[in-house]
Design a protein around this ligand. Structure first.
Ligand code: MN
Length: 186
C-alpha cells in the first residue's frame, strides 16, 4: 500500500501538465494580413485593426456539399484562418466533412489539436466512416489554428523516401508483396 502510494506520488511529481492547444491570444482580434511577409510569431501577421472589415469574420458556403467522388468517398472542407482571416490567433479551426454512403475519412491524427465532431445528417457515422446508405454530413471543430493532420496510411505507405518494405512486412506481419501493393497506391 505504501509502495503504491509512493509510486503515485512519484507520478504526480514527475508528470507535468500536457497542453494540446494554442496559447491564448492577448488581443481581442488579430485579423490575418494576407499581403504581409512580416515576422511570424505564432500565427499570421496582424492586419492594422483600423483596416479590418466585417467580412473578414465571415464565411459563406458551409451549406454546400463537398465532392465525395474519390477513392475514400469523403471530402473535408476546411474553415480556418485561410478562409476567415479573423480566426487568426484564436486557436480554432472548423471543417465540414461530407460522406458518400460507406465513405470514410481515413484514420488520422492531429498533432496539435483535439477534435470534436458532430454528425448533422444521417446518424450513422462511426469513427468517421458513414455506415448508412445515405449521404452524411459532419461538422468538426479543432482546438488549434494549425491542427496538422497525419493520415496513417499515407504516412506509413506513402512516405518519401519509402519505409523499406521488409521492415513494414515484419511490422504488419504480412508478405513483402502485400507491402509493395500498398505502397503503389500511395
Ligand atoms: Mn480529424
Amino acid at each position: 500500500m505504501a509502495t503504491q502510494f509512493l509510486f503515485f506520488a512519484f507520478l504526480a511529481v514527475t508528470f507535468s501538465v500536457a497542453l494540446a492547444s494554442d496559447p491564448s491570444s492577448l488581443q481581442d482580434f488579430c485579423v490575418a494580413d494576407a499581403t504581409s511577409s512580416g515576422i511570424l510569431v505564432n500565427g499570421r501577421v496582424c492586419k492594422d485593426p483600423k483596416l479590418v472589415e466585417a467580412n473578414e469574420f465571415f464565411f459563406s458556403g458551409l451549406h454546400l456539399a463537398g465532392n465525395t467522388s474519390n477513392a475514400v468517398g469523403s471530402r473535408v472542407t476546411p474553415i480556418g484562418v485561410a478562409q476567415i482571416g479573423g480566426l487568426n490567433a484564436l486557436g480554432i479551426t472548423a471543417a465540414r466533412i461530407d460522406f458518400a454512403p460507406w465513405g470514410l475519412n481515413p484514420p488520422h491524427t492531429h498533432p496539435r489539436a483535439t477534435e470534436i465532431l458532430t454528425v448533422l445528417e444521417v446518424g450513422h457515422v462511426h469513427f468517421q466512416q458513414n455506415v448508412g446508405n445515405g449521404n452524411a454530413v459532419a461538422l468538426v471543430a479543432l482546438s488549434s489554428q494549425n491542427p496538422g493532420v497525419i493520415t496513417i496510411a499515407n504516412a506509413v505507405f506513402g512516405s518519401n523516401p519509402d519505409i523499406p518494405a521488409d521492415i513494414l512486412a515484419k511490422a504488419f506481419q504480412v508478405d513483402t508483396n502485400a507491402i509493395y501493393s500498398l505502397q503503389s497506391k500511395f
